[in-house]
Design a protein around this ligand. Structure first.
Ligand SMILES: Nc1nc2c(ncn2[C@@H]2O[C@H](COP(=O)(O)OP(=O)(O)O)[C@@H](O)[C@H]2O)c(=O)[nH]1
Ligand SMILES: [Mg+2]
Length: 401
């Protein structure tokens, strides 16, 4: 355990540093949480939850009997912990065909095509003049790049010396440079500190953004690096969500700590962390429930998870990663606002950059929040999560080779 103080974390999550770190205390806390759970959360599953499009489990399976709420947390993992020296064959899959940049370019194709069409449309018919620049600014804003970035690009073009008139290629290179300027400072790898046993990563975000899938991808990546990984299925609201994490556990040869549907998330995470500590696990990835329509309950639950985790390790969680779905555009921006108000988000992962024309939102979010962007997802496959590279992203979004 590191000697780090709780600092900002403690204040934001409402935990005083003088509280005792005893497991009995955690058990009481857990009992209290069960009550809170009963008061606030133990409502029947909404039609939206039952009809969650992301899960393949039948609705009958999702509707758990009420007694399951009190069921103890499963003590047994699905599989024995796998020795880090024996990564699973699946993890050694060859990288996506055509290399990562072409994959990224393909993924951002819709975003860059939208920009490119707009740019080409304007500049093939006109020479640079004020009205042209205004049209261009609209194109940039419509691509979700953010007003500030759009203004900077227009300003650079306005000041530039384009004696022979400005071309679409000129615009693309200014666009690429400005996007790179915004993104370079935030592109930071997710660093696992080997002195933390385990290094605790909390995944947060609204439903459907890709938390569970990203945990699976990260688990695979860490396993391939020879790290031992444990997963905690703390999204206990739907059986399908727990099952989905178990599948990723199987695929990546990783122990999954799970409980019954409705089990107390904080208690489960406490147990997972205790066990990961005993086993000397390198990384504990914690899946959490995301429900924006129930903001207070969600944030309370997250706060409890953090409080309980700190009883065992006051430096944890070491990363709180907000997962954002690029296809939601401006909505992703407001999710950052909401989560940052209540949680100490330490970094971002943006998923579904494949097949969306709204990838520019990452630029707008970065310009406003300057949170580290660790990785991006461009597909559902295990290899479709990559460390975030600002230069490549800028090149791909500008449609340059
Ligand atoms: N195309 C695409 N789909 C993704 C990506 N990441 C996740 N998904 C899909 O998005 C859906 C929701 O993901 P899930 O991990 O269940 O979201 P959660 O509710 O936040 O845990 C699933 O169908 C995933 O396969 C991505 O980078 N690209
Ligand atoms: Mg999930």
């Amino acid at each position: 355990m590191s000697g780090k103080t709780r600092g900002v974390f403690g204040r934001l999550w409402g935990k005083r540093s003088d509280e005792p770190a005893a497991s009995q205390d955690a058990a009481e806390d857990s009992a209290r949480q069960q009550e809170t759970y009963a008061a606030h959360e133990q409502q029947p599953l909404s039609a939206e939850q039952v009809a969650a499009p992301l899960e393949e489990t039948a609705a009958s399976e999702i509707a758990a009997p009420a007694s399951a709420v009190d069921a103890p947390i499963a003590a047994e993992p699905l599989q024995p912990a796998v020795s880090p020296s024996e990564p699973q064959a699946e993890i050694d899959e060859a990288p996506a065909k055509g290399g990562w940049f072409s994959r990224l370019k393909q993924g951002l194709g819709k975003t860059s095509a939208k920009l490119s069409d707009g740019i080409t449309g304007i500049f093939t018919r006109k020479k640079l003049e004020a009205a042209t620049l205004e049209e261009l600014e609209d194109v940039l804003i419509e691509a979700d790049l953010g007003v500030g970035t759009a203004e900077n690009i227009i300003e650079t073009l306005r000041k530039g010396r384009y004696e022979k008139g400005i071309s679409a290629d000129d615009v693309r290179s200014v666009l690429q440079a400005e996007v790179a300027r915004v993104l370079t400072p935030v592109a930071k790898p997710l660093v696992i500190d080997a002195t933390h046993k385990p290094h605790v990563v909390l995944m947060v975000g609204v439903n459907g953004t890709g938390k569970t899938t990203t945990i699976g991808k990260l688990s695979s990546k860490f396993r391939a690096e020879g790290k031992s990984v444990m997963l905690a299925a703390a999204d206990t609201f739907r059986a399908a969500a727990i099952d989905q994490l178990k599948v990723w556990g199987e695929r990546t040869g990783t122990t999954v700590i799970s409980g019954a549907v409705g089990a107390d998330a904080a208690g489960l995470v406490y147990d997972a962390l205790a066990r990961a500590g005993q086993e000397g696990v390198d990384v504990l990835l914690v899946d959490t429930a995301g429900r924006l329509q129930n903001k207070e309950g969600l944030m309370d639950e997250l706060s409890k998870v953090v409080r309980v985790v700190r009883k065992l390790d006051d430096s944890a969680p070491h990363d709180v990663l907000l997962v954002l779905d690029a296809t939601t555009g401006q909505n992703a921006m407001s999710q950052v606002d909401v989560f940052r108000q209540r949680a100490e988000v330490t970094g971002l992962i943006m998923t579904k950059l494949d097949g969306t024309a709204r990838g520019g939102i990452l630029v707008a979010i970065s310009a406003k929040h300057a949170l580290p962007v660790h990785a991006i997802g461009v597909g559902e496959g295990v290899n479709d999560l990559q460390p975030f590279d600002a230069g490549e992203f800028a090149r791909a979004i500008a449609g340059n080779d």
